[in-house]
Design a protein around this ligand. Sequence first.
Ligand code: FAD
Ligand code: NAP
Length: 575
Amino acid sequence: MLNIPLWQCYLVNCDPIWHHFYHLVLINKNSRSSIKKIYLWRKNLIIARNLDTVVVGAGFAGMYCLYKQIQDGFNAEIFEKADDVGGTWYWNKYPGARCDIESMDYSYSFSEELQQEWNWKEKYGTQPEILEYARFVSKKFNLREKINFKTSIVKARFINNKWMIETDNNIKIECKYLVLATGNLSTPNTPNIEGLSNFKGRIYHTGAWPEKMPEFEGRKVGIIGTGSSGVQSIPVISETAQKLLVFQRTANFSLPARHCELAENKRENYKKNYKKYRELAQNSSFGIAKYQPPTKSAFDVNEVERDEIYESAWQEGGQAMLFAFTDLLTNKEANETAANFVRKKIREIVKNKETAEKLCPNDHPIGTKRLCLDSNYFETYNKENVSLIDISNNPIQKFTEKGLVTNNMEYEFDDLVFATGFDAMTGAVNAIEISNEENVSLKSVWSKGPKTYLGIMVSDFPNLFMITGPQSPGVKSQMILSIEQHVNFIHDLIIHKKNNKYLQVNANNDKQNEWVNHNNEVANSTLYPLAHSWYNGDNIVGKTRNFMPYVGGVANYKNICDEKIKNDYEGFEFL
Ligand code: FAD
Ligand code: NAP
């Protein structure tokens, strides 16, 4: 009668007095034991649920968290806005979307059986392949029956040691633990520019791409944004569009991915040695096995040797160049040697000199914004149907029926693509009305920038956990590796609380401040803060500037977490 996962529903009575209430009985499909009474208020259904753990989001973080919870007998469920699993890889179906970390790294390590069973086909997983992998995982570990799809969590209030949660479809849930697996790059940012509703053509955002791929054949397309999403989609859209206009506010560094099919012998060799590779990844800075810390400064070698090293990294593809020397992300002059090398390459590739100059990044050190990896990005500007429009000094003034206006010039197109990124790291958390026992909202506590303890908890918000939250190394790493480490830590913390019969676990405020200060110190010892990027909220108008990721490296971070556990969960308070 009703489509509610896990529950079979019977309408048993129409209340004669409270005639606008209907009594329903819900029978748990699994256990068939627990019976609940719920009420139908006219046509608005209010369902009361009781769980140990509510996990928000069915991306890689939410799925692994649910898996751990089920394994240990917790009554846990996921609530997910989308109608499928995959998170990032569900929403970002834009042309050319793929991973820029090699498939053999970008995957779960928690199950040897899964590692051996799944066969990646390409060096860098495509969006469809990664989404398929996410679906495969959800089926293999029977997670889907515990996922409430098409359901957003909108409100959460902590009262009497419980989180009282509300969804957008009137489900009310009471639970002990609330885990936010809501994603760092899951709230698309569409710039607030006058007149968008006047535009008569089709509008897309790379971060919320439609299921059915739009045809661009014979159409004039305008795309705004040249971050990773733009860099990936521009070459592919240019293959079919009659004309592609690229509106670039800031030129970006991009390195060739050197994408190819994954040879079977390479894949099998990796699979045989997975243990070794996963360990290498865990002990590295960015969670990628092949990028081990360099040993030489850029100035330990002469210019010719340095350029040979950069050339070999350029030919190899991927992020290798950033791992060539110890000081590329800490010393401006060292960084400039790599930046110059890439600018030289851009000038070699792009035939039109004026366009090449516009494409050369000059406003930030290389690597301080998320470095893009591309397949023929700069080459695309040699195509006759592609035009680069530099809007660095002439912001978009308004949208019109037929296109947009910048510098008092109107550009016309049939389709508009926003590759304008995300309200990163805090967007999805702040979209939920979360408040603590004192009715203080998390959004207000974070109004001047997020503060967390280890990127996992926020002081005064007990029993609330974040996976790869602000001040964790998540977004500065191969994210699935960080996700697994965070989930393991959170899960063990919950078990510790449960075994000791505590009602609450909370982050100590002083320890949280220490952690935030440590984060800022580490960031300020690098060149990262010199860039305007989503790392520090600069991409969102009105967002307080705050460097959010922990850039001390995943290995250091894990050691710090392990140390906290050894010291009896130092920094966590139990009640
Ligand atoms: P997500 O995958 O973002 O999942 C969060 C889920 O929570 C979403 O499904 C969302 O719908 C749901 N949600 C949010 N709020 C609510 C709510 N209130 N109620 C219900 N549901 C909610 N990382 C890498 O390491 N390597 C890469 O190469 C790489 N490439 C990327 C490419 C793109 C295009 C993007 C956008 C990101 C990329 N990332 C990459 C980062 C990527 O986000 C992570 O690797 C990883 O997929 C994050 O998983 P997650 O589960 O933490 O979050
Ligand atoms: P992004 O890096 O934030 O880039 C957004 C782009 O839109 C920038 O070029 C930005 O210009 C431009 N922009 C934003 N607002 C604008 C405005 N009002 N007018 C004109 N231009 C505007 O977003 P993204 O490309 O979606 O990538 C976000 C992150 O997702 C990446 O850094 C990465 O972590 C992940 N990702 C990874 C891959 C991958 O290869 N695996 C692919 C896509 C995304 P400014 O630079 O001037 O702000």
